[in-house]
Design a protein around this ligand. Structure first.
Ligand SMILES: Cc1cc2nc3c(=O)[nH]c(=O)nc-3n(C[C@H](O)[C@H](O)[C@H](O)COP(=O)(O)OP(=O)(O)OC[C@H]3O[C@@H](n4cnc5c(N)ncnc54)[C@H](O)[C@@H]3O)c2cc1C
Length: 407
């Protein structure tokens, strides 16, 4: 019997999983509720994603080669000097990126369903089919027509509010709320952000994260995030980032306001039976940077690769333990990256004193190189021991000068 897989959610995770499965000739259904979805997102992607996921140039709105880190007392540190001519951070609009990745999966053979999944029926036997209940919107209506689909395996790529995670009782995770305004600037003001992104830290803009101004095609995305459960706080913090960047944003017009949860850590259970979670549904966003696009696409690709391997290209149905191999490989490859970024967040985003220390530390060229290399290429590049020692001494020096280690 040939394997049938449903991928629920057509963001970077779902599109990437569907592409890998379809390429291997597996019967793949990609279910997305909104084909013109505009995911609230800064849209910053690392250079390695462009190459690894074969993204064309026209997906990238802006190539950022300069980054300003701005401390609570408005000390500005310019980073980016270490970048080579062909290195950059890609800035894209999610509606463009997601549409491209999804269309490519479909062109390779994935069957696209424009539908909202509202229930997953779990089979009572090991080999039984999963039944997805969904509203089919192909008639153009919001309510859609009730339909079902039977499959052998389900990939939950349906983001932070995942229905699939709930259906398999994957457990909860803590999440931050991120808020963003897209602001169209007058030409001279936009020219300033041509290839420049800004990151602001301080209690006024985020108590546990950072705020950003990222350049896009014809506007800037200005946003912030916080883990505070108080919804009113996010508005105050957004007012904070707007106030800090006020001069540079003068004359700007808000064209869109958006907000969404960002998971803080993986769910307790990411594979249950023949259902696997990937991307935000699984909780693959990194701490400190809040980066999730690359890790969503990559986790989904690794999950799909395990399915192709253990199903022998769709000839048999993989088991729960086969699917769990994806998790083992994932944790082995990225476990250390998540740990390091978690520690960085808890050390440096603790208070304004530690944030001052953090920005000061970023002025060091070796720190910049290490940070950019790790971000752009997703490899923890080991610095030579002398440089490592220097970075450690600098870190401690900055923290002590900022009295950041005081309890
Ligand atoms: C304000 C903000 C700024 C961010 N900035 C950045 C950044 O600059 N860089 C970065 O790397 N990351 C950023 N992130 C994180 C990033 O957006 C996510 O990690 C990423 O979108 C995860 O991709 P995904 O495919 O797992 O989920 P999503 O992108 O959330 O995609 C899920 C898809 O599933 C669909 N769906 C959901 N439920 C159903 C259902 N029941 N039936 C059918 N379809 C369904 C949705 O319509 C959606 O298309 C930011 C997040 C926020 C909130």
């Amino acid at each position: 019997m040939a394997l049938r897989v449903a991928v629920v959610g057509g963001g970077p995770a779902g599109a990437s999983a569907a592409e890998t499965l379809a390429k291997a000739g597996i019967e793949t259904y990609l279910i997305e509720r909104k084909l013109d979805n505009v995911k609230p997102c800064g849209g910053a992607i690392p250079l390695c994603m462009v190459a690894e996921f074969d993204l064309p140039e026209n997906i990238i709105d802006r190539k950022v080669r300069k980054m300003k880190m701005i401390s609570p007392s408005n000390v500005e540190v310019n980073i980016g000097h270490t970048l080579k001519d062909d290195e950059y951070i890609g800035m894209c609009r999610r509606e463009v990126l997601d549409g491209f990745m999804r269309d490519r999966a479909v062109s390779l053979g994935a069957i696209l369903i424009n539908g909202t999944v509202h229930k997953l029926e779990i089979p009572s036997s090991d080999k039984g089919a999963y039944t997805l209940h969904y509203a089919d919107h192909s008639d153009g209506s919001l309510e859609g027509t009730a339909k079902t689909l039977k499959v052998d395996l389900v990939i939950g790529a349906d983001g932070a509010n995942s229905r699939i995670a709930k259906a398999i009782d994957a457990g909860d995770y803590r999440y931050a709320i991120a808020f963003q305004e897209r602001i169209r600037l007058p030409e001279d003001k936009m020219a300033y952000y041509e290839d420049l992104a800004e990151m602001y830290v301080g209690d006024d803009v985020s108590t546990d994260f950072y705020a950003w101004v990222f350049p896009k095609h014809d506007h800037v995305a200005v946003g912030t995030g916080t883990m505070s459960p108080n919804k009113a706080d996010i508005k105050k913090l957004q007012a904070g980032i707007r106030a800090r960047a006020a001069k540079k944003l003068r004359g700007g017009k808000i064209i869109r306001v958006e907000a969404h949860p960002i998971p803080e850590h993986p769910r307790p259970r990411r594979v249950v039976g023949r259902v696997a979670l990937v991307g935000d549904a699984a909780g693959t966003v990194t701490k400190s940077s809040g980066e999730g696009i690359y890790f969503a696409a990559k986790s989904a690709r690794m999950c799909a690769e395990a399915i192709v391997e253990f199903s022998e290209n769709g000839a048999k149905i993989p088991t729960e333990s086969d699917l769990k191999v994806y998790l083992k490989r994932w944790d082995k490859k990225y476990g250390i990256t998540y740990k390091v970024l978690d520690i960085l967040q808890s050390v440096f985003y603790r208070s304004d004193a530690t944030r001052e220390a953090f920005v000061e530390m970023c002025s060091d060229i070796d720190v910049q190189k290490l940070t950019f290399d790790s971000y752009l290429y997703k490899t923890v590049v080991p610095a030579n021991p002398l440089v490592q020692l220097k970075i450690t001494a600098k870190t401690l020096g900055s923290l002590i000068r900022g009295n950041a280690l005081a309890p």
